[in-house]
Design a protein around this ligand. Structure first.
Ligand code: GLU
Length: 285
């Protein structure tokens, strides 16, 4: 009896100590605590993002803004990397798999859809968001209302994207597809009258349409025709998938995810598909 009580008391005291230690080091300390163990103090982590997608991944002087960067910062912190240990690297759509395979980046948060084809080359954590492929047209356009109305039209999308691939696979007939390295270039072609429409995920198009230079000139059609599950791209031999999924779940549960969606889509008129968001991360392979 005595022994059991003493044991229980000791255990309770230990639990209290442990809880106090954890509680005390919360947000900032979590990064600090792991730096020595997990990340190895002073280490940096290379994160691939888009530099030209306002509201998602955007380089604004020396600042990096957008929903992808906010999710990346949150996840990196949980993995033990503070913001100043993040090295942001531009990851254009066509280069993502290679960048992960050659170690140019450790993780990618770049509107990167999880697909079976890509899983043959890289791994994914998440999804952390679900978007849908849509069309961007001139403000006064009335004849393009969906992908089946593109016959005889010039369409711009990005090399290496699921957006360009879906057009080739499902709507190729009669559509002239022009490929560019980034969506901002496609929007420039649209406002210059060189193409009739731009296609990619609705949230990307909404961010570009709300840019001061494009406002009033273009509009998102608003009839999404795919489900794009944004994953965290990882090398196939990574050991981080579980921890990243736990961080994404925590970000959703503590309200940070919602806050990041709202602040990064403010003024664009975009609202995420509430039937699909927030998503539940898939089991790691
Ligand atoms: N989500 C799509 C993809 O991963 C289109 C956006 C992009 O190119 O990043 O290909």
């Amino acid at each position: 009896m005595r022994t059991r009580h003493a044991g229980a008391a000791a255990l309770a005291a230990l639990t209290a100590l442990t809880l106090a230690a954890c509680g005390g080091s919360d947000v900032g300390g979590e990064g600090g605590g792991d730096e020595t163990g997990g990340a190895g103090g002073g280490d940096t982590i290379k994160i691939g993002i888009k530099f030209d997608q306002p509201g998602l991944g955007y380089q604004d002087g020396s600042e990096y803004t957008g929903f992808d960067t906010d999710v990346a910062r949150y996840v990196a912190d949980k993995l033990g990397y503070s913001e100043d240990q993040i090295e942001w690297v531009e990851a254009p759509s066509a280069n993502r798999e290679t960048m992960l395979q050659t170690g140019q980046v450790d993780m990618i948060f770049a509107t990167y859809s999880i697909t079976d084809e890509r899983k043959e080359q890289v791994a994914f954590a998440g999804p952390y968001f679900i978007a849908g492929q849509d069309l961007l047209v001139a403000e006064d356009n009335t004849d393009i209302t969906g992908p089946e109305t593109l016959e005889g039209k010039n369409l711009c999308s990005v090399t290496g994207s699921t957006s360009a691939q879906r057009i080739k696979d499902e709507y190729a007939e009669g559509v002239q597809l022009v490929e560019r390295p980034g969506y901002a270039e496609c929007v420039t072609a649209l406002t210059a009258g060189q193409v009739d429409a731009v296609t990619t995920d609705d949230i990307i198009l909404a961010g570009l349409a709300a840019q001061p230079a494009n406002k009033g000139k273009v509009k998102v059609v608003g009839a999404p025709f795919s489900e794009e599950n944004y994953g965290v791209g990882l090398p196939q031999d990574n050991d981080r998938c579980e921890d990243i999924n736990a961080a994404i779940t925590e970000m959703i549960d503590d309200g940070s995810w919602e806050e990041a969606v709202t602040s990064n889509t403010e003024g664009t008129g975009y609202t995420p598909n509430a039937d699909l968001n927030p998503p539940t991360p898939d089991a790691c392979a």
